[in-house]
Write a protein that binds this ligand. Structure first.
Ligand code: AMP
Ligand code: MG
Length: 400
């Protein structure tokens, strides 16, 4: 049995980035740039007005009592004014419009009086006032975004303003799912004696979707060694990461780990000192990754969040941020045994700047309701044992 942090470290060391691919800009959301993005333009590409106002020569307003300028015409956003501004002249100019030659400042509409073509100004205007200078944000030749940047909506906007329609980003992994268990029937079937519905397939699909990865499912496989081996090989062929649900424990019909041994996968660990989720295993096979997760629905979701999600993130080039944990004060008692790190699903509520954790229902790993009633998880360290009201331990929000 391996400690949680060691397991995470091993996974992180093994996972290698997938190859990049060229993707249409909008579809790059939540993907990571595989190259530096150079700007081949200045941003903005011309000096432009930051306000609706009047483009003027600042010197025409300096050291004067009564300032009166002649309004020539109006420059809208998108116009190009070929004429230069001369002494004591002004152009009415709209936000985003290109400055006319000769003008070096803009005074806002609210600060002047305009009567027909007369413009009265009652203050001195500084050079550069309300002008966004050419290349002020990004200069031609600059690196606008670095390799490794996660593309969010603002990055998409910036890339669009630089004229990038397609980007090189790391590939999205396909996650193979194998659901094991003779007791399972699909959700559209009537329950028979001894059978339960295959809920894990659906929670896994949702978890994978929330991690922005693709799914390849082989569906339900009976607890039959040959059938299972065949499906594991198929899943390896079609996916980058394979997840099995169930059959990972030490029961007579738990074949997943035996098959991994048989195909000579490089098994990195076969159990983790965590509750729920102890039988979780991780292996590498022909450059692909395998997570054997317990069939227990709560354990499956919890181990996915803890171990598989960071792996999906790193295979896509997203740096995993461990600092999501924070101190939580307990409002209820929670049982735990020394020896395994325990995850307890709770409600975390912030009151007067303090995070409090409330019990959200039965923590039996066969019960999944508590998870549905929770917005967070408490992490009870393995050497800690039971914790009580008032204790302060680490917690974090889940499914955000
Ligand atoms: P296992 O890990 O195969 O020993 O299964 C542990 C528990 O999880 C058993 O009670 C199973 O019936 C249950 N279980 C296994 N697979 C699923 C599934 N796909 N959906 C819902 N429950 C499952
Ligand atoms: Mg089973």
């Amino acid at each position: 049995m391996i400690d949680v942090l060691d397991a995470m470290k091993i996974i992180n060391e093994e996972i290698k980035l997938l190859k990049p691919e060229k993707v249409y800009i909008v579809d790059c959301l939540n993907r990571v740039l595989s190259e530096d993005i150079l700007s081949f333009d200045n941003l903005p590409p011309f000096d432009k007005s930051a306000m609706d106002g009047y483009a003027i020569r600042s010197c025409d307003t300096q050291n004067k009592e009564n300032i009166l300028l002649k309004i020539k015409s109006i420059i809208k956003a998108g116009d190009f004014c070929a004429e230069s501004l001369k002494e004591n002249e002004a152009y009415k100019i709209m936000t985003g419009a290109m400055m006319p030659k000769g003008a070096d400042a803009v005074i806002q509409i609210e600060k002047v009086i305009a009567e027909s073509d007369n413009l009265y100004i009652s203050e001195e205007v500084k050079k550069g006032n309300n002008i966004i200078k050419l290349g002020e944000e990004i200069s031609n030749g600059d690196i606008a975004l670095k390799k490794g940047t996660l593309i969010r909506p603002p990055e998409i906007g910036l890339l669009a303003s630089l004229g990038y329609e397609f980007l090189n980003v790391y590939k999205t992994p396909t996650i193979g799912i194998i659901i094991t268990g003779d007791e399972l029937i699909d959700i559209n079937c009537k329950l028979e004696k001894g059978k339960i519905r295959n809920s894990n397939e659906y929670s896994l699909r949702a978890l994978i979707k929330s991690a922005n990865a693709e799914v390849f499912s082989v569906g339900i496989v009976k607890d039959d060694r040959l059938a299972l081996k065949e499906k594991i090989m198929l899943a390896f062929e079609k996916s980058d990461i394979v997840i099995s649900s169930g059959g990972a424990s030490v029961g007579d019909y738990d074949f997943v780990k035996d098959i991994l041994r048989e195909i000579k996968a490089d098994i990195k660990f076969t159990s983790i000192a965590i509750k729920p989720g102890k039988p979780t295993a991780f292996a590498v096979y022909n450059g692909k990754f395998f997570f054997a997760l317990p069939g227990n629905p709560t354990a499956l979701i919890s181990t996915f969040e803890q171990f598989v999600k960071p792996a999906i993130k790193s295979i896509m080039g997203i740096t995993y941020n461990e600092s999501e944990e924070f101190s939580v004060t307990l409002k209820d008692n929670f049982k735990a045994k020394v020896g395994r790190e325990k995850y307890v699903f709770v409600n975390i509520i912030k009151e007067d700047g303090v995070y409090y954790a409330y019990n959200s229902g039965s923590q039996c790993s066969n019960h999944s309701r508590a998870m549905c009633n929770s917005n967070g998880v408490l992490i009870i360290p393995k050497e800690c044992g039971s914790v009580k009201v008032g204790d302060v331990i680490n917690g974090k929000y889940i499914f955000k």
